[in-house]
Design a protein around this ligand. Structure first.
Ligand SMILES: C[S@@+](CC[C@H](N)C(=O)[O-])C[C@H]1O[C@@H](n2cnc3c(N)ncnc32)[C@H](O)[C@@H]1O
Length: 228
């Protein structure tokens, strides 16, 4: 007989106090030992970054797609960048964008230690929407592309509209982080501009009829593909 008690019914839910920290310390294998130092630095500075479990999902989604080109929107301290670097070929070109030069500098320092003299990552100090537009405007020339979107949530819907319009003619995997927005979007009382933007993202993706997958890890990862 089905349980009348939702708590009992959902008793196997992963959302238990302390469990996520335990998963991160005991089960998630970082691709580089020093990544934990960078995570600690981000935590000390109260800077929002991808969770380790989300990093592992991102790496899986990147390696299984095997892209020739990656565009990351929102470099931050580079946590997600290093998960991406760890999971793709050495000749995959990566462009990562952030409007804050100081954040890019942190990621650059760690990258220089990892791969001195490498030019496979292009760090761009610019607005993410502009760079996304420039990326999607020309033909992809048959290349396999990956976009990872982790910038200002207010920009999420406009970037998605661009992707939905231009993606149809490409081989493109798209990954968005923070699509659960700390659970805020489930509560209609939350009406901050970022809440509205993430809700709009969901309404656009659902009405587009595109096949998508939500990975409810960390703050929620959304993935969908265009295939030619
Ligand atoms: C959540 S953090 C990125 C974290 C990073 N992906 C990681 O996991 O380490 C978001 C970043 O996006 C950048 N950002 C926000 N809005 C932007 C915009 N309009 N253009 C470029 N960068 C932006 C912020 O400066 C911040 O560094």
């Amino acid at each position: 007989m089905p349980s009348q008690n939702p708590k009992q019914k959902y008793g196997t839910s992963i959302y238990k106090d302390g469990l996520e920290d335990w998963i991160h310390s005991e089960l998630v294998k970082r691709p580089f030992d020093w990544l934990e130092d960078l995570e600690k630095r981000a935590a000390q500075d109260q800077f929002p970054v991808l969770t380790p479990a989300s990093g592992a999902v991102l790496a899986f989604l990147a390696s299984s797609w095997d892209p020739d080109v990656i565009l990351e929107l929102g470099t931050g301290y580079g946590i997600s960048l290093f998960w991406l670097i760890s999971s793709v070929r050495k000749d995959t070109k990566i462009q990562t964008v952030d409007r804050e030069a100081d954040f890019i500098q942190v990621a650059k320092e760690f990258f220089a230690k990892l791969e001195p003299n490498s030019n496979r990552v292009e760090f761009t100090n610019a607005d993410c929407s502009e760079i996304a537009k420039g990326f999607l405007e020309p033909s992809s020339l048959g290349k396999k592309e990956l976009m990872f979107v982790d910038c200002d949530k207010i920009r999420y819907p406009e970037i998605l509209e661009m992707i939905l319009e231009k993606g149809k003619t490409r081989n493109l995997r798209v990954i968005y982080d923070n699509v659960l927005w700390h659970g805020r979007i489930a509560d209609p009382e939350n009406q901050a501009p970022s809440d509205q933007a993430v809700r709009k993202l969901w309404s656009l993706i659902k009405s587009s009829k595109i096949e998508y997958t939500l990975f409810p890890v960390g703050d929620g990862i959304l993935c969908f593909d265009f295939k030619q």
